[in-house]
Design a protein around this ligand. Structure first.
Ligand code: PNS
Length: 160
């Protein structure tokens, strides 16, 4: 039985994340989607509980996927939930620097946990939660890149 963890801010979850989750869920018995609840995190559009709810709704049809929130070191959460793999999406070369440092730091902290990088479908390589928020808040249509309920939630935020 191999458990894996896909951590991130998921502010909010996008079709790019869902693409990675679909691919990763085929490889592991259990995949945890770990939504980060960092005290010191930069400004988020959605609270951690809203980010968890949006992700949970998007993934309700996937039996071996569970959405959790976590605070503190990622490797500690992996140890607690018996996850031997950390899944991360790699879109463009620009992701590499950050991901490389994070993967090696996590390996320093626990050499038994493997970071696995996956590429989303190429139609999502330019998509990020930040860009989706920016464009949506300025009135652009992002329906291609997020599930319907996420689009509605972003719209509600824009109207506030
Ligand atoms: O979606 P993001 O913002 O790129 O996700 C970053 C995240 C949450 C995966 C990363 O910041 C993280 O793992 N935070 C938990 C704290 C931790 O373990 N930091 C050391 C990572 S080397």
């Amino acid at each position: 039985m191999i458990n894996a963890m896909y951590p991130g801010s998921f502010d909010p979850i996008t079709n790019g994340h869902l693409d990675i989750i679909k691919r990763a869920s085929r490889l592991y018995d259990k995949l945890y989607i770990a939504v980060s609840d960092e005290k010191s995190a930069k400004h988020r559009l959605f609270s951690v509980n809203s980010r968890v709810s949006l992700a949970t709704e998007a993934l309700s049809h996937m039996n071996n996927v569970e959405v959790i929130k976590f605070r503190g070191l990622l490797v500690k959460k992996c140890e607690e939930l018996n996850c031997s793999v950390i899944v991360r999406g790699l879109r463009a070369l620009s992701d590499y620097d950050y991901e490389f440092k994070m993967a090696l730091m996590n390996r320093t902290l626990n050499n038994e946990i493997i970071t696995l990088f996956m590429m989303p479908h190429e139609k999502y390589t330019h998509v990020s939660s930040s860009l989706i928020k920016e464009v949506s808040l300025l009135g652009g249509d992002m329906s291609k890149y997020v599930p319907k309920h996420v689009q509605v939630a972003i719209k509600e935020k824009c109207e506030k």
